[in-house]
Design a protein around this ligand. Structure first.
Ligand SMILES: Nc1nc2c(c(=O)[nH]1)N[C@H]1C(S)=C(S)[C@@H](COP(=O)(O)O)O[C@H]1N2
Ligand SMILES: [Mo]
Length: 319
């Protein structure tokens, strides 16, 4: 199997995933401060802990780079500049509003055209599917990007276990609607819930991740905790946050952004520098933290991994 997408993370620089998984489980059961002390004694870099004693991340991750050589963004950038309209349309306000949003325990239902529908907690998922590190570039359709070190597992693992029937052609994802804790849901301009979709082969691609953490810590609410999708070759809006339901279906599903503006946000939403947004160019992007813009790459730099999925398709028509 191809492993280039794992981004050559030097294992000396970060917490090995088995230690990470053990740490997470241990912190859940024994309390985070005790976990921190125990880990300090076995040589793992000490996690950053907030006032609420949530594990924010492992500073060792900040040295990582993506395949393009871009260093991962700072944790404060990744957790402080967010699109999450259920909270707010103001990217710098989301983190603050999300502080009271509970991400644990978190349950997810997988059903529809499958032989074995399931309902599982994120803790159960992490035990079932070993968590891996993936450094991915995230390219927002608005023209900015970040490089983010995720922890998660390939969605394909979960999909295979529910045994999709031969009628299943698409996967539909739905975000949580917590009216009491997500003030943005009161905004009537958006057809809630946030929903997204992938074609089956896209969903089964090994690059397609269900993320359960970032920077070696828990997945913050503002980044889509308890669990979110990450599809690195597509514009960021496909990477739906705080998922409560995954449904296998036969027809291409509606998506929130496509319902709002079908001419601006297509179902495929593959990053493509030669297909402009109707209101702006997509040929360049600004990495958060940098001043100058750089070229946007076809399929966000993952062309060799995913171009074959779209062979023979007119990417200007299926944008
Ligand atoms: N449920 C939900 N998921 C969402 C969004 C949202 O508003 N609601 N915004 C999307 C957009 S436009 C982007 S760019 C990414 C941002 O992810 P990040 O905040 O973790 O960088 O989340 C995507 N997933
Ligand atoms: Mo976005």
């Amino acid at each position: 199997m191809k492993t280039s997408f794992k981004n050559h993370i030097p294992s000396s620089e970060i917490t090995p995933k088995n230690v990470y998984t053990a740490r997470r489980a241990f912190m859940r059961s024994a309390g985070i401060l005790a976990g921190t002390l125990a880990l300090a004694s076995c040589g793992v870099s000490e996690p950053l802990v907030t006032a609420e004693e949530k594990v924010l991340g492992d500073p060792g991750y900040s040295a990582l780079t993506d395949e393009r050589g871009d260093q991962v963004n700072q944790l404060s950038q990744i957790t402080g500049y967010n699109n999450f309209y259920e909270f707010s349309t103001d990217k710098e306000e989301v983190a603050n509003l999300a502080k009271i949003f509970p991400t644990t325990p978190w349950e997810i239902t997988v059903n529809g055209l499958v032989n074995k529908p399931i309902k599982l907690s994120v803790d159960e998922l992490i035990k079932k599917y070993p968590v891996e590190d993936h450094v991915y570039r995230l390219r927002c359709v608005e023209g900015w990007s970040m490089v983010i070190p995720w922890q998660g597992f390939s969605l394909a693992n979960l999909l295979r276990d529910v045994e999709p029937t031969s009628a299943a052609k698409f996967v539909r994802f739905e975000s949580v609607m917590d009216l009491g804790k997500m003030p943005g849901l009161a905004n009537p301009l958006y057809p809630w819930p946030y929903q997204e979709g992938l074609r089956m082969d896209e969903a089964l691609h090994p690059l397609t991740l269900l993320a359960t953490g970032l920077y070696g810590g828990e997945l913050p609410a503002q980044n889509g905790g308890g669990i979110r999708l990450v599809v690195p070759w597509k514009y960021g809006f496909k990477s739906i946050k705080s998922i409560v339901r995954i449904e296998l279906i036969s027809e291409q599903p509606a998506t929130l952004w496509n319902l709002i503006a079908p001419n601006e946000y297509g179902f495929y939403a593959n990053v493509n520098p030669s297909v402009d947004h109707p209101r702006w160019s997509q040929s360049t992007e600004r990495k958060i933290g940098e001043l100058s813009r750089k070229p946007t790459l076809m399929f966000n730099g993952y062309e060799s991994d995913v171009a074959s999925l779209y062979q023979g398709m007119d990417l200007k028509k299926y944008y």
